[in-house]
Ligand binder design. Structure first.
Ligand code: DX5
Ligand code: ZN
Length: 228
């Protein structure tokens, strides 16, 4: 956890999508030692998004190499079919896409019934108000700052305004405890700005598992947030 200049508790969630899958255990241990607060696991099914990643077996393996919380970001159709297995694998929080769930109320209840925390992700074109009627059922909202599907994309500039709108919606609805996560194109160069807009949980993939050693990246994140 890093305390931002404005006094907000900021959590950094490395997305393993950009890690070297052939040395995943080592990459995860290194990021944990550098200061990760939790790990963000992007599950994609090749239908909701045009990419395929990994599923419960990999998640089960990760649980053995880190004691940090694991959150699953489900970019899949029919997210409900994976929930029991994810709960069994020790997943702390599951985030489902508003755009992928025809029966979101049911899916969110099921996530909590299984003992996990529940999150809703909104793709870039989905308005923030879509979470209004389920605020009591969620622990997190994820504002996607790229179109879901791939790591290493550029941050969509309009997202700054959208994050700020989501911050106001949460604060004005008595839901300030709901975490506001951002995901996609976050680097040390724009992290202060997303935090200034009200984000408190920051997913970073290519920035953390890129060419710069992750220890150096975390040092820079701390510096930016302290002064930003
Ligand atoms: C994209 C994923 C992200 C991705 C972020 O669909 O949800 O979590 O890994 O990667 P970067 O930080 O490289 O944009
Ligand atoms: Zn993600």
């Amino acid at each position: 956890m890093i305390l931002s200049g404005a006094g907000r508790e900021i959590l950094i969630a490395p997305s393993i999508l950009s890690a070297d899958f052939l040395s995943l255990g080592e990459e995860v241990r290194e990021a944990a030692a550098a200061g990760a607060d939790l790990f963000h696991l992007d599950m994609m099914d090749g239908h909701f998004v045009p990419n395929l990643t990994f599923g419960p077996p990999v998640i089960d393996g990760l649980e053995k190499v880190t004691s940090l919380p694991l959150e699953a970001h489900l970019m899949v159709e029919h997210p409900e079919i994976y929930l029991e297995e994810l709960a069994h694998d020790g997943i702390y929080r599951v985030t489902v896409h508003w755009e992928a769930s025809s029966h979101l109320h049911y899916v969110l209840s099921k996530i909590r019934d299984l003992g996990m925390r529940a999150g809703i992700a909104l793709s870039p074109a989905t308005p923030v108000t879509m979470v209004s009627d389920v605020l009591e059922m969620i622990d997190l909202v994820l504002v996607m700052t790229v179109n879901p599907g791939f790591g290493g994309q550029s941050f969509i500039a309009h997202s700054f305004e959208k994050i700020a709108k989501m911050r106001s919606l949460l604060d004005d609805s008595g839901a300030a405890h709901v975490r506001l996560e951002v995901d996609g194109g976050i680097k040390t160069s724009n992290i202060s700005q997303v935090v200034a807009c009200g984000a408190d949980t920051i997913v970073m993939g290519s920035a953390i598992f890129g060419e710069t050693p992750c220890k150096t990246v975390f040092e820079e994140i701390r510096e930016r947030l302290a002064t930003g």
